[in-house]
Write a protein that binds this ligand. Structure first.
Ligand code: ZN
Length: 140
């Protein structure tokens, strides 16, 4: 794993939360993007090398809506940048971790992503993400 790419924060709605994080980080949100396959809207902020991703649900029974119903708004996941997501997934499965998706899927911000089951990682939801056009990446 190369570095933390971003920290994901579950929020009820972006309209309310974007201005809060713009004020907090003293920088403008640089991108909002819908990931229709996941029923989420995302908003990204850059702070130095790191990014913050706000994630809001687009429907009442999406995974983020269910998460907020159960745990409230707040820290949702930590995403690590990887060079070759398939190789990293294979390594983690060999180490005994459980993946939430068997093949990389298209996430926000031009990434291929895979999540690990938080039961195997002390309750922390981990996301692996690889830039789709990483020069050293497998062609999928
Ligand atoms: Zn994320």
């Amino acid at each position: 794993m190369n570095k933390i790419d971003h920290i994901g924060i579950a929020v009820k709605n972006l309209e309310t939360s974007i201005p809060i994080f713009e004020k907090l980080l003293n920088t403008a949100c640089y991108k909002t993007e819908e990931v229709a396959s996941e029923n989420v809207l995302t908003a990204f902020f850059k702070t130095g090398e790191s990014k913050i991703e706000l994630v809001a649900s687009t429907n009442a029974d999406g995974v983020i809506a269910k998460y907020i119903d159960k745990k409230g708004e707040g820290m949702h996941h930590i995403a690590f940048d990887v060079t070759d997501i398939q190789a990293e997934m294979n390594r983690l499965v060999a180490e005994g971790f459980t993946l939430l998706n068997d093949t990389p899927k298209k996430g926000a911000d031009n990434k291929l992503v895979c999540f690990l089951h938080p039961k195997g990682t002390n309750g922390v939801l981990i996301e692996l993400c690889q830039n789709i056009h990483h020069p050293d990446a497998h062609v999928l």
